[in-house]
Design a protein around this ligand. Sequence first.
Ligand code: PMP
Length: 351
Amino acid sequence: MAYQLNEKIRDLRPYDPITGTYPIRLDANESFLPIPNRIALKIMESAAFTAYNRYPDPLASELCKSFAEFYHVNAAHVTAGNGSDELISVICNAFLMKGDTILTVSPDFSMYRFYASIVEAKSIVYAKNPDLTIDVDKMIELARANDVKLILFSNPCNPTSLGLQKEEVRRLITSVKALVVLDEAYMDFWDQSLLDEVEQYDNLMILRTCSKAFGMAGIRLGFAVANPTLTNALKAVKSPYNVNSLTQKIGSLILSEQELIHSGIEEIVFSRSMLYSEMMRIEAKNRERMHVYPTAANFVFIQIAQAEEIFLALLKSGIAVRFMGDFLRVTAGTMEENKEFIKVFETIMQG
Ligand code: PMP
């Protein structure tokens, strides 16, 4: 008898958003800034003196301390993860029981519902307004009516690039019984974080990542910040050595480079503003065909007619962006990358 995969995994495919090699990658919301040589040398030195024969610190204490210092939060409230993606998976596994209900919003980061489905949770999806904004009252109503146990969404949102004001998020947190997991992966590019009030709530967990503003997508490092009860539970259920020794060292090293990070964020925001204003200029000439959303993140989100054709034409010119149905999502790149993208995009639009 042949082995049969169970139905929750039978039709899954490995995550591979874009296959192929493209000279300009504006598809994954990464930072375009490489690590300066000075830091690379420090990393090499640190790598050389790492005790590879030993397991890493399971609580990643030094790393959590560096994170806490950078954001002025209490280190005891911080849990490190192998990317925030791992933390999302662990949270869904631990804070949901089979059959519990999770509330997500649409459109949003697709992994939330995926991990919830692996736990066999019931998913309720709040469909955003036609302009892609969120009506918090509707979310509260849905959460209450369906005995929702977990609410998980990104702010600012990937992919819409829109943000929800903190007053609105506070209202949601205090109006529901569910655990609210607020994914602030892109909050380094905006100013509506709730990080400094996390301990005031018994039902709030905030996720942050080093993959966007910090330019460290390659080392896989994310954090969860929450009150001690939630933090203890998360630390107890995560796998013991989830953040490897090198990542712990490199993460601490970079997080202590405050000036470097802040100037990097400024550079990314500047690039994003350039990309956004250029896209607005093109929109002004093509109002019936495209709409650019205001952005609080390091990318722009565009509703556009014939999105797939445009996406494919860009790929042909060596430029990868993210194709999402009627939309394209374009990450801010270097000035040269942005200019090349704008040039090719405009030519495609004229053609
Ligand atoms: N949350 C959001 C909203 C994201 O866009 C991403 C990355 N695309 C992640 C989490 C995952 O980030 P990480 O690299 O830390 O796993």
